[in-house]
Design a protein around this ligand. Sequence first.
Ligand SMILES: N[C@@H](CCC(=O)N[C@@H](CS)C(=O)NCC(=O)O)C(=O)O
Length: 198
Amino acid sequence: MLTLVHAPLSRSFRMLWLLEELGADYDIRRVSIRRQDGSGAPDPNNPHPHGQVPALVHDGTVITESVAIALYLTDLFPGCELGRDLGTRARGPYLSWLAYYGGVVEPTAITHMNGWTADNAEAARLYKAMCDHVVATLEKQPYLVDDRPSSVDVILSSSLMWRRSLLPDSAAIDAYVARMAARPALARAQAKDGTEGN
Ligand SMILES: N[C@@H](CCC(=O)N[C@@H](CS)C(=O)NCC(=O)O)C(=O)O
């Protein structure tokens, strides 16, 4: 049994979208979380060590961190469109992009969003290097890993639907977000969540 520990308008929405993409049989445990405006509080029903979302519970095992959950889920459905199975050529790039999202894309983009790249040359350099890499990749091919979408595209595009300004102006990125936004599983996830976005 798969249970997504979820709060609306949060990073757990991208895992809800992924579960819909996979056609998984799952249920949702809705929890409260601390919000940036000071409202909300960690929920005693949330097994995440920091009281954050997302968390996934699979037959009693707790998996945390969006990219780990994405890899776990796509491995659970071998041959699914959004995963890249062990033993295939795309497995390496798939793992690289997942780790790069969690370790580089999101931290540098959040640093930029918070205005910290303005007066820190090293932070600005790291953010620009990340942007150049993502933009160059999406100018060369339609998705991050190769020519078909993967779970890391669900994660990145979900973040961009929440805040497009995480990455610089780019026609390639706009077209990428539009392609991902047209996916029927996104609409199903939004309907399930009762929200219209991230
Ligand atoms: N690196 C984590 C970040 C999770 C995270 O920051 N979640 C936010 C919601 S968007 C949260 O639960 N915040 C409540 C808190 O930090 O207490 C992941 O990607 O899964």
